[in-house]
Design a protein around this ligand. Structure first.
Ligand code: ATP
Ligand code: MG
Length: 414
């Protein structure tokens, strides 16, 4: 008989189990709790969209669009792309679903996103993001609220220590154009010293040279002009309002004049929460203001600001999470007791008691299972107990035991 080859997990994907799953779930449930405190509503959007949704909004020359998208033709011949991020799809929904009427709209979502990247620690091809956005608010108060939310989330996850908020402004359109021209002039003057990648960036996306990791580019990027000299009074006032708001809310920040975001649609505020605990994958949460995005999708000019964080990177920073506690393990002995236990377990679960049934192995193995699961009680059912209509309830930590009538079990365990 031909040997059947076991299928393999696709490179860069994950099967999330056990301890890892508990960390993962803890990030999501904490996010869910904190977003409600800030009065953001949860939405869900499709995992795939027309390719144009991402190509137009993210910018054709960005790494994500040029190298990282999972794009395919479906059976109907349409070009679709698995979402590489949430913002573009949310902007599409804002336009197609008439969400303009709810502006300013404060929303969060979470789920898998897909990027064809080289897998390594903290970098996957299918990974997960949590995402928060405010659409239709041009005020710096929206930027501040999102940043304070991010800060509180990191604190409640217990990982704020060693994570810094790096903040920059990319100015308004006028500022950006003037700064861009100054950057191009500077980089042109150092053309011979730039890496090949940065020569391409110089043609297509010169701001990206600023955050190049190539050592050949660093001195030239570091000596490039800051945006500050080019800020219009309005852009300056906007940035000052954001930093004043953060100070008022007690959120620490650091200016990083080299911080530019990978995607083309950003204006004004750009930020990253960075840690040195994850090596090269140190950015845990990142975002900014994207007032140009909805216009680039053919919609009316609409202000927007938001962030996304990698769930895996946040989960990796968490302390060991405790396993979920269960209330009791039912340990039946003999065929009659096993049959009776089915009903008892069902009744207890319906009464809101978390119960496991130990049905494998001898008595000793079954009791060991109760211990291993960290249950508070073992409910032992043998022929004697069945005859009397009671269960022997053993308090596992204390080692004490008492007989409890079947009808009183749920009450006794609570
Ligand atoms: P990086 O510089 O690490 O590639 P990025 O700028 O591409 O990050 P964003 O597009 O801002 O990342 O995505 C927001 C967050 O999603 C990142 O801060 C990071 O936590 C997470 N993230 C991005 N790419 C990956 C990936 N391939 N695997 C796991 N998490 C990721
Ligand atoms: Mg990236």
């Amino acid at each position: 008989m031909a040997r059947i080859e076991t299928p393999r997990r696709i490179r860069g994907t994950q099967d999330i189990f056990g301890d890892e799953q508990r960390r993962f779930a803890h990030v999501l449930s904490t996010f869910e709790r904190v977003r409600a405190l800030y009065c953001f509503q949860r939405i869900d959007i499709p995992v795939f969209e027309s390719t144009a949704v991402f190509a137009r909004s993210l910018g054709e020359t960005t790494d994500v669009v040029s190298k990282e998208m999972y794009t395919f033709e479906d059976r109907g011949g349409d070009s679709l792309t698995l979402r590489p991020e949430f913002t573009a799809g949310i902007a599409r929904a804002y336009l197609t679903e008439g969400w303009q009427q709810f502006a300013p709209l404060k929303i969060t979502t979470s789920g898998p996103v897909f990027r064809y990247e080289r897998p390594q620690k903290g970098r996957f091809r299918q990974f997960h993001q949590i995402d928060a956005e405010v659409i239709g608010a041009a005020e710096p108060a929206a930027d501040v609220e999102l940043l304070v939310l991010a800060d509180q989330l990191l604190r409640e996850l217990g990982i704020a220590e060693g994570v810094t908020l790096q903040l920059n402004t990319l100015g308004d359109a006028e500022t950006r154009d003037a700064w861009r021209a100054a950057l191009v002039a500077h980089f042109e003057a150092h053309r011979d010293e730039l890496s090949e990648d940065s020569l391409t960036r110089l043609e297509k996306n010169p701001m990206r040279i600023l955050d190049s990791k190539d050592p050949r580019d660093r001195p030239i990027a570091d000596s490039a002009p800051d945006i500050d000299a080019y800020l219009t009074p309005e852009a300056r006032a906007f940035f000052d309002a954001v930093t004043a708001g953060l100070d008022a809310a007690g959120v620490a920040w650091e200016r990083n004049a080299r911080l530019v975001r990978g995607l083309d649609y950003y204006r004004h505020t750009a930020f990253e929460f960075v840690t040195d605990r994850l090596g090269a994958q140190g950015t845990v949460l990142a975002g900014g203001r994207y007032d140009g995005l909805i216009g680039s999708l053919g919609g009316p000019e609409t202000a927007g600001v938001g962030w996304a964080a990698g769930v895996e990177r946040l989960a990796m920073l968490l302390d060991e999470p405790a396993a979920a506690a269960i209330d009791a393990v039912v340990v039946p002995m003999g065929a009659d007791a096993e049959a009776r236990a089915m009903g008892i377990v069902a009744d207890l679960r319906r009464a809101g008691v978390a119960v496991e049934m130990a049905y494998k192995g001898k008595m000793k193995a079954r009791m060991a299972k109760a211990d291993a699961l960290g249950a508070r009680f073992a409910i032992i059912l043998g022929d004697d107990e069945l005859a009397k209509g009671v269960a022997a309830v053993k308090t596992l930590g204390a080692g004490t035991q008492a007989e409890v009538a079947f009808a009183d079990l749920a009450e006794a365990l609570r």
